[in-house]
Design a protein around this ligand. Structure first.
Ligand code: PEP
Ligand code: MN
Length: 367
């Protein structure tokens, strides 16, 4: 894919592209107030406000729809802010275009459905409006890319993406786990594709906004989408994560913008990105060791049932020779590789001993 992305929107200009505004448009007064306050920050390029809100449970506030589009149109005429709203159906697209919305965004819940995304993309055929594609709620990079392709294949070449984290069943300090390696891999595969970050929906709490925003900038994200509300605690949706315009100003002042000149190395080679990849690889190493241990335990059971000694010198000798061979093949010091495997072997013996004698047996002297 060769993206002609947001070329006239100053994305990739070296400064973060900021999108801000309330989670949802709640009244003309709210829209005008937030827009006038945000207009004071020249780095905010696009005003966001949900007019159709995808809520987890029914009977919650679901947005003011066409009425809210009218308020936004009036605000744009007076304050002059370009607008973005979330669309989830072709009829949302028709209404958004009718009221002069400049950029459409596709929400995380819509992104999980190829049918829904395709029907929105089809309704945009021949209309080259910029589209921002959030990640699907589930951590599926191909599904995210598939969503981008559905627009691109229909002639929508100005596509940007937003990383808003991924939902999971287990408890976490985040509303949606960031899993940074996924947007980083997206950036690696499509270097020209703008990838913004939405720390509001990742964190779910305003206290996490600064650290998440800084992390995104340090990972060379192209911009941020941050929810701002005149009175966050009274917001009709996402009250805990929204901040006032004044708090937004404080946040921007605290962020450290590290230089990104044209002479910079490609974004992918930045230190933070490489560290994130290393963290992920470390996790894989530990997962692999843990998997190895489950087989060690199976062998322990076999040895117990067949009354075979845990420590088999010939087998350990074979392992040592094989590790030496593989290490030199992979250009890793034999000495280091043997030390690592010595520890892994000790842990395997400990696990097997637990199987044989029960958990509390002291076994380190078995070898
Ligand atoms: C939003 O931006 O208000 C929103 C609903 O986001 P998401 O689709 O990422 O949950
Ligand atoms: Mn929201």
């Amino acid at each position: 894919m060769n993206f002609d992305l947001f070329s006239n929107w100053e994305i990739n200009s070296g400064y973060p592209f900021l999108i801000s505004g309330p989670c949802a448009a709640e009244s003309p007064e709210q829209i005008f107030y937030v827009a006038r306050e945000l207009k004071k920050f020249s780095s905010v390029h696009l005003f966001r406000a949900g007019v159709w809100k995808p809520r987890t449970r029914p009977n919650s506030f679901e947005g003011f729809g066409e009425d809210a589009l009218k308020w936004l149109k009036e605000m744009k005429a007076e304050v002059g802010f370009p607008l973005t709203v979330e669309v989830a159906y072709p009829h949302h697209v028709d209404l958004a275009l009718k009221y002069g919305i400049d950029v459409l965004w596709i929400g995380a819940r819509t992104m999980v459905s190829p049918f829904a995304v395709q029907s929105i993309a089809d309704s945009l055929r021949g209309i080259n409006i910029p589209v921002i594609v959030k990640n699907p709620v589930n951590p599926d990079l191909d599904l995210w890319i598939g969503g981008i392709e559905r627009f691109y294949n229909n002639g929508i070449t100005r596509v940007a993406t937003i990383h808003r984290g991924f939902s999971s069943y287990d408890k976490s300090k985040y509303r949606n786990k960031p899993l940074w390696e996924i947007p980083i891999e997206l950036k690696r595969r499509y270097p020209g594709l703008p990838v913004l970050c939405d720390p509001s929906h990742i964190g779910g709490k305003r206290e996490l906004l600064l650290s998440l925003s800084q992390k995104a900038l340090d990972l060379n994200f192209d911009g941020l989408m941050i929810e701002v509300h005149p009175n966050p605690d009274a917001a009709l949706s996402d009250a805990q994560q929204q901040i006032t315009p004044a708090q937004f100003g404080e946040l921007l002042a605290k962020l450290v913008y590290r230089k990104r000149t044209v002479n910079d190395e490609p974004a992918y080679s930045s230190l933070e990105e490489l560290r994130t990849i290393i963290d992920k690889l470390d996790e894989h190493i530990l997962e692999t060791i843990a998997e190895r241990m489950t087989y060690a335990e199976k062998i322990g059971l076999f040895k117990k049932e067949n009354e075979i000694a845990i420590y088999q010198p010939e087998r350990w000798n074979d392992i040592v020779n094989r590790v030496k061979f593989l290490a030199s093949e992979k250009n890793i010091s034999e000495d280091i590789a043997l030390k690592i495997f010595d520890y892994i072997h000790k842990e395997s013996i400990r696990k097997q001993s637990n199987v044989m004698y029960g958990k509390n047996e002291e076994t380190t002297n078995l070898k």
